[in-house]
Ligand binder design. Sequence first.
Ligand SMILES: Nc1ncnc2c1ncn2[C@@H]1O[C@H](COP(=O)(O)OP(=O)(O)OP(=O)(O)O)[C@@H](O)[C@H]1O
Ligand SMILES: O=P(O)(O)OC[C@H]1O[C@H](OP(=O)(O)OP(=O)(O)O)[C@H](O)[C@@H]1O
Ligand SMILES: O=C(O)c1cccnc1
Length: 484
Amino acid sequence: MDEGGLTLHTDKYQINMMYAHWVQGTLNERAVFEIYFRKLPFGNGYAVCAGLDRIVRYIEALRFGERELEYLRQQEENYAPGFLEALRSFRFTGSLHAMPEGTLAFPNEPLVRVEARLFEAHLIETAMLNFLNYQTLIATKASRIRQVAPNDLLLEFGTRRAQEADAAVWGARAAYVAGFHATSNMRAGMLFGIPSKGTHAHAWVQAFGTEEEAFRKYAEALPDQVTLLVDTYDTLRSGVPNAIRIGKMLEASGKRMVGIRLDSGDLAYLSQRARDMLDEAGLSYVKITASNDLDEHIIDNLKSQRARIDVWGVGTKLITAADQPSLGGVYKMVAISRNGAFEPVIKISANPEKVTTPGLKDVYRIIGRDTGKAEGDYIALKDEADIREGRRIKLFDPVHPYIHKYIERYDAVPLLKPVIVDGELAVPLPSLEEIRAYHDAQLGQFWPQYLRKLNPELYRVNLSEKAWKLKMDLIAEHTQNDPL
Ligand SMILES: Nc1ncnc2c1ncn2[C@@H]1O[C@H](COP(=O)(O)OP(=O)(O)OP(=O)(O)O)[C@@H](O)[C@H]1O
Ligand SMILES: O=P(O)(O)OC[C@H]1O[C@H](OP(=O)(O)OP(=O)(O)O)[C@H](O)[C@@H]1O
Ligand SMILES: O=C(O)c1cccnc1
């Protein structure tokens, strides 16, 4: 997808800061920022990273053209002409390390680390958060839905209710990353290569004199993909019997009907009755699709009622993340270069959760050698050797530091991979199919108790002792408390 034209998809305060750095001559000073979120959405045990593909394409396409410069000139008379000239040759020259799309991520660990000139680091905050927060939210919602229907076909049907067009297509992609199988949105199919699927609407049936005629005409037109919507008049008295007639008609011409779709009423009862009727008619291969305001809770509940549903069409509640419509990912400065070296910086807050963790850091997934499973994540300062070299490390609870344990016999997998280095793409972006396969492998690394939908076990994100000490020292420095 062409991401040109998004350069001013940023908050004005970013341009104000760029301008002030330009005026003060500090625009080329380098800084490090991290993106992380503080709380998991939906009470889920993990989040599924998505949005990096768009971030990279956006960064690569960043240019201030005539239109952008003219708008800035008109908007703000304080912006000196020299600033606008500097923008004309703007290119992103920094580096970006990030968790690949499909990675399972947890609160308070960096998903992205940006190392760049202040001039460019400010510009990209807003758009990066916009893409990452939304797509990660939808991928996580989709993952919850998949958790309750792991063996069924999952179709994304949300476009009509999405918060506008971008959300529809990028949300369809995020759902696909997390394991949905297809989308109804043809543009998402075209842009990203996601399989597209569709049945027909009630209007098709209403357009004909009888339901049977409507079904027949549809089957004549599209004999290889007949999924008939059976609830326009009376699901069990007319819809399913008419669909069975069409199924038989197709059989006579050597074809097989794909399915029926239920879109209202008691989906458990109707699916059981419809299954019986189809089976009795010898159409046991015909699949039953359900739709109608579905989400992970209803699907789970329908399964516990032994609903006979093979395919789930999920729209509104997925694409709008209806029970939690935003993820609160933030972008915080953790270091700034002074006299040629990065110095850690902190932001203090009366709210302890909002105090940042200073310094350039890496995140590692600790995989137990004996189990092959993730034991916890470990955030360390960038140059810490113990974790890199697999030596014994101490995991401790920062709130109650006396609670700790040592671990050895582990593999430490660095999660932040180089994506852009000095303005250039470090490695080609993975394909969507590669991302899906990687996501599945990620899920396989976790014990089921971390993945369950309801009251999942807390997965630990540990801070190294050095990183923790640095944080405490900086807090002390800024609050005039004694260091711990
Ligand atoms: N057996 C079931 N158990 C739990 N929830 C169900 C069951 N059957 C359907 N549902 C859900 O209950 C809700 C019913 O919604 P609603 O009553 O608005 O649908 P409807 O009246 O049957 O159809 P329409 O969308 O045409 O109004 C939907 O979210 C549906 O997915
Ligand atoms: O329910 P969702 O999860 O959003 O899935 C998509 C819905 O969109 C269509 O109906 P439409 O919205 O056109 O009409 P309806 O509300 O009367 O079902 C379809 O029949 C589904 O019910
Ligand atoms: O193909 C379908 O059945 C479909 C697509 C979008 C929304 N509702 C249903």
